[in-house]
Design a protein around this ligand. Structure first.
Ligand SMILES: [Zn+2]
Length: 83
């Protein structure tokens, strides 16, 4: 079984795949830290059309566009946890 099917939080292999829905164009992720008056520029990221959910701990994961995520991060000067 590949890593794709293993939960990275609890190591369970009881992970199911499915579609992400909830909006006409797809599901949206908006990071914390977007506030104030800079409402021009990117404010949200669309989730990939697919996601995975862990049956043991409930962790859900999907993908966002990496380039757009970095664009948004730089525009809002968002904090990133240290490695
Ligand atoms: Zn899990």
């Amino acid at each position: 079984m590949s890593n794709e099917d293993t939960c990275f939080r609890c190591d369970s292999n009881r992970v199911i795949s499915g579609k992400t829905l909830g909006h006409a164009l797809g599901a949206i992720f908006r990071p914390y830290g977007i506030s104030g008056f800079k409402w021009f520029g990117p404010t949200r990221l669309f989730l990939s059309g697919e996601g995975r959910a862990c049956l043991d701990c409930g962790l859900f994961r999907s993908d966002v566009d990496k380039e757009k995520a970095n664009e948004l991060f730089e525009h809002w000067d968002l904090p990133v946890p240290p490695h």
